[in-house]
Each structure stands twice: as C-alpha cells, then as structure tokens.
Design a protein around this ligand. Structure first.
Ligand SMILES: [Zn+2]
Length: 257
C-alpha cells in the first residue's frame, strides 16, 4: 500500500486544480523533447560524478546566448538566481504528475513564475552562471523531486558518455515563406548577415521552410527594411526583407535561433 499512499499524497500536493485526479497508477511521463529549437544539434554529456548524477550538460560551438526552450508543456515554478554558486540562474518547469525539468547556468531569463509554456517556448539563454566554468546548459528531469535518467521522445539518453541529440522540439513551429525579389535569385548566407559567406541562392518565388529567426544585418528588400534573418537550414540564412511570411516582424510561432 505504500506506493498507493505516496501516489495519493503526490496528487494532493499538486494543488486544488488536481483534486479530481484519481488515485492509481502514476501519470504517464510527459513526452520530453530536446531543450533547444527544432533542427538544432547539441552534444549532451552525462558522467557519473555529475551532480545530480543523471543531469545532462549540453554544448555546441559558440553556444553562449543561444536560446533554451521548454522540453515539454508545463508551468514555470522557479525563476531563480543563486548568484555565483550551484545552478546560478535557473528555471524549473512543473509538467504535472510529479515531473519537473531544470535548466541551469542561464545567461538570462525569458519567463516568469506562474507562466504556462508549451513546446519550444524560449525560457532563457545559455550562459555560464553559478558554479560553471564555461557556457553550457545543465539540464535535468526529475520525478517527485528525484533526479531521473533523461528521456527524449521516450528514448533513454546515453549513460554514460557524450551523444549528439537533434531537436524535434516544436517543429510544427516552423513556417513557410515565399521568396519575392522581383526577379533575381536571393543569396543564402552561412549566418544572419551580409558579411557572412554566400553559400547558395534561392529563386524568386521559391517556398522556404523557416526553422527560426534571428537579428542580423539590416537589409532593405521587397517588404521594407528589416534586420530579421530567416534560418532555412543548417548554416543557411536569408534576409527576411525578401520573404513573404504574412508578418511584418518576427513570426509568432517560429522560435528565435
Ligand atoms: Zn551540469
């Protein structure tokens, strides 16, 4: 009966909104996604001397300031700055059923306590705050407060070692745009600006899938002047001023790169 008692207690602790949750088997785990925008690949490291042991440290090249996104829907219940120790700036999301996720060493916050978040919501940016020696995201999944081995789309992470994880978090949040240059091909660059190398071009009228958007060089194009650049693939950016998206500024459903 002990397990049943704890499950009842857990339901009670969830608060008034959960009083109708029947006692019984534990709620299914949320489907957790990699905590970065759709399409991005990150190196995730686990190690037995990590604290807590099942946490993952995520890195990629030049990751300082990169957006960190919610790995599942939930409610933000901590936005805390521990200063120069431990997690530093961290966010905790309560996913219900006793499941929480932690995002630590952030550079800054993009959410507030009590805020509801969905897949792909940017909650903050990669930093090196707290007891960190270099930029990375320290990420945890917990059940009833206890550190658990992470799963993405139900698949267990690699213990122990380093593995590349590619995000499919909120990929429905991509958008389709239409290139409109009134004739010329539009240059595709390796980064969000005219100073980046030209790597390809797309034809006038081409449909492009916009994975994320970011600020870069200001460009004047068919749709006015804008510093928004659209990422249309790995290392592929085009100036949003030449792309019909249906929005003057950032597309609300598309994450920042
Ligand atoms: Zn860590």
């Amino acid at each position: 009966m002990r397990a049943r008692w704890w499950s009842l207690l857990g339901a009670a602790l969830l608060g008034a909104g959960s009083l109708l949750v029947p006692a019984g088997p534990a709620l299914a785990a949320p489907t957790f996604k990699v905590p970065f925008p759709c399409g991005q690949s990150w190196s995730g490291q686990t190690r037995s001397d990590h604290s807590p042991a099942y946490a993952v440290d995520f890195n990629r090249t030049d990751d300082l300031g990169d957006p960190v996104v919610a790995s599942a829907p939930g409610t933000v219940d901590r936005v805390t700055d521990l200063g120069g120790t431990s997690y530093g700036k961290y966010v905790r999301i309560d996913h219900g059923g006793g499941y929480t996720t932690y995002y630590a060493h952030l550079n800054g916050f993009n959410v507030a306590v009590g805020q509801s978040v969905g897949y792909g919501k940017v909650i903050g940016w990669v930093g090196s705050t707290g007891g960190s020696t270099g930029p990375h995201l320290h990420y945890e999944q917990r059940l009833n407060g206890n550190d658990i081995q992470v799963r993405f789309n139900g698949a267990l992470g690699l213990y122990w070692g380093t593995k590349t994880y590619t995000s499919d978090n909120n990929c429905a949040g991509t958008a389709t745009g239409t290139v409109n240059t009134a004739g010329a091909n539009l240059t595709v660059r390796s980064g969000p600006g005219t100073g980046y190398a030209a790597v390809d071009s797309v034809a006038d009228g081409a449909k492009v899938t916009i994975q994320c958007q970011t600020a870069g060089t200001t460009v004047t194009g068919t749709y006015g002047t804008s510093n928004i650049w659209d990422r249309i693939g790995a290392g592929r950016y085009i100036a949003d001023a030449y792309v019909y998206t249906g929005y003057d500024g950032y597309i609300p459903t598309v994450p920042r790169c």
